[in-house]
Ligand binder design. Structure first.
Ligand SMILES: [Zn+2]
Length: 150
């Protein structure tokens, strides 16, 4: 499939070592459009929107900033941990903004599900419906994340 130069630029930025060490596409052989469309359809079938997920992840991200111990327990059910790093990251979709480098880990204690994300993931889900390619370090399946945070 021939890509327009704009799309090619996005895909180039998603390669390992450009904006992030491990890249965004993992071992996924699908076209970027397909990755996004498949997850978009999956969200629809699970009756959640990109905003629902992004808002919920933002909630946990903000709450875990107040972490005093090694982690914070939220609503007696979620164990959340946030590690902030120096520096900022860019969105591979050619946006102007920058995002804090941080990793947020959440364990749903009741269901025993563990997930992790970065502030950039929240943006990419909300604005681009992009959950990263299969095999990517921060890829998460919409089912798993929905099951963990709602
Ligand atoms: Zn963006």
């Amino acid at each position: 499939m021939k890509l327009d130069p704009f799309e090619q630029k996005i895909i180039d930025k998603m390669q390992p070592g450009v904006l992030s060490l491990s890249g965004f596409l993992g071992k996924d052989n699908r076209h970027l459009h397909e990755i996004i469309e498949d997850d978009f359809n999956k969200l629809k079938s699970l009756n959640k929107t990109q905003e629902d997920i992004a808002d919920r992840l933002s909630f946990f991200t903000d709450k875990s900033k107040d972490m005093i111990e090694d982690y914070i327990i939220i609503d007696d059910k979620y164990q959340v941990f946030q590690e902030v790093y120096r520096g900022l990251v860019l969105c591979p979709f050619n946006h102007k903004g920058t995002f804090k480098k941080a990793i947020i880990k959440l364990i749903n204690i009741e269901k025993n599900i563990e997930i992790q994300w970065t502030p950039l993931n929240i943006h990419m889900i909300k604005e681009h419906c992009f959950f990263e390619g299969k095999g990517s370090h921060y890829r998460f399946e919409p089912e798993i994340i929905i099951n963990a945070i709602f």
